[in-house]
Write a protein that binds this ligand. Structure first.
Ligand SMILES: NC(=O)CC[C@H](N)C(=O)O
Length: 358
């Protein structure tokens, strides 16, 4: 995908090399009616978000999965992909890292697509636990019912619903689906997978607990293995922005044109993210940023501006809930400066970006 503005036309090339011409007047019309932010300004703002927060050194790199402790704490990438297909990036936006918990959002969407809204609501739930992502207490407090798909209990319950007659088929469902969201073939980092497999006793305990309550009908160790694999898939900040843009675009990947999930599933996934995407900090996140998002312990965050685009960030230093600190700040800056907050009126949308968190 490339793009170039010539005269009144914006020329784009799709991933398959097709040339597409858009009328700049049409884009300006869409911007003025609020359907798109002013994408011409996005390149500069993405660079500014990177520049502004790249020296922030608060937070710690996750180390409960041993290999994650080896991540470069200075790495920082920011990317935005618009629903019209523009790609804007700064810093280490092309650096691969394991997707970790961010996979939960997309596997949830893929499973919803298969099983439907009601079945998933019944089996997994969509309420915030108010507790850390790997909480066992949250399960006990609710009679063994997982509360939402964005923390480990609900994510394991979701992965247990992945269709297939054997493990290889179930894995193909996940990796093919995640790849369609990213618009390119994704792969597992086997070193991350081995490292987490050797140390994921807690997830095994959560899955067994769910199994004991009859909430997981399959053999729990197979479910944990599939879940650990999905968390070990390598992505970049650019991939996350594309995956987010696909949810923003009603389930259609703006770079490949493929309908990955239905518009209804994209909508429902965003609602679940708004409630729980940043674990017990989801309320603060929504208050500051006003957009559905999902974080992972390797330092990625995906954020979705419905109807507008996706934001992907990568920076491994985390707050105590497991959310990337620079990623949160850069995303807050972009949300403010692009006027993306879904709760904003036309008056508050014009707020100065300097008001961004930090
Ligand atoms: N919050 C996360 O990113 C957790 C993902 C990690 N694979 C785990 O299950 O512990």
């Amino acid at each position: 995908m490339g793009q170039d503005a010539r005269g009144g036309r914006l020329v784009r090339w799709t991933g398959s090399g097709d040339r597409v011409e858009l009328d700049v007047g049409d884009i300006a019309q869409q911007v003025s009616t609020g359907r798109l932010p002013d994408w011409r300004a996005v390149d500069g703002l993405v660079r500014a978000a990177h520049e502004r927060y790249r020296t922030v050194e608060d937070g710690e790199v996750a180390d409960y999965i041993p290999i994650l402790a080896e991540a470069d704490p200075t790495a920082f990438g920011v990317a935005v992909v618009g629903v019209y297909g523009g790609v804007h990036e700064a810093g280490d936006a092309g650096q691969p890292f394991s997707i970790q918990s961010i996979s939960k959002a997309f596997v949830f969407a893929l499973v919803c697509q298969e099983l439907g809204h009601d079945a998933v609501l019944e089996r997994v739930g969509v309420n915030n636990t108010g507790l850390p992502f790997d909480s066992v207490i949250a399960i006990e407090l609710h009679d063994g019912h997982p509360q939402n798909p964005m923390v480990n209990a609900g994510a394991l319950a979701t992965t247990a619903l992945v269709p297939g007659t054997h493990e290889a088929e179930r894995w193909a469902f996940i990796i093919d689906g995640l790849s369609r969201f990213a618009g390119r073939r994704l792969e597992v980092d086997e070193v991350v997978y081995e490292s987490e497999t050797a140390t994921n006793q807690r997830n095994r305990a959560i899955a067994r607990l769910l199994q004991s309550y009859g909430r997981i009908e399959r053999e729990s160790r197979h479910v944990v293995d599939l879940y650990t694999r999905q968390c070990s898939v390598l992505v970049t900040a650019r991939d996350l922005a594309t995956m987010g843009a696909t949810l923003a675009d009603g389930g259609t990947n703006p770079l490949t044109g493929e309908q990955v999930v239905s518009a209804e599933v994209a909508r429902d996934t965003l609602a679940a993210l708004a409630a729980s995407g940043l674990y017990e900090r989801s309320g603060e996140w929504l208050f500051e940023i006003g957009l559905p998002g999902k974080s992972g312990v390797s330092g990625g965050i995906v954020t979705i501006a419905p109807g507008k685009g996706g934001i992907g960030t990568y920076s491994p230093r985390l707050d105590s809930a497991g959310n990337s600190i620079r990623g949160q700040r850069a995303t807050a800056y972009l949300s403010r400066s692009l006027g993306l907050n879904i709760f904003a009126s036309d008056v508050t949308r014009r707020e100065a970006p300097e008001g961004a968190n930090g």
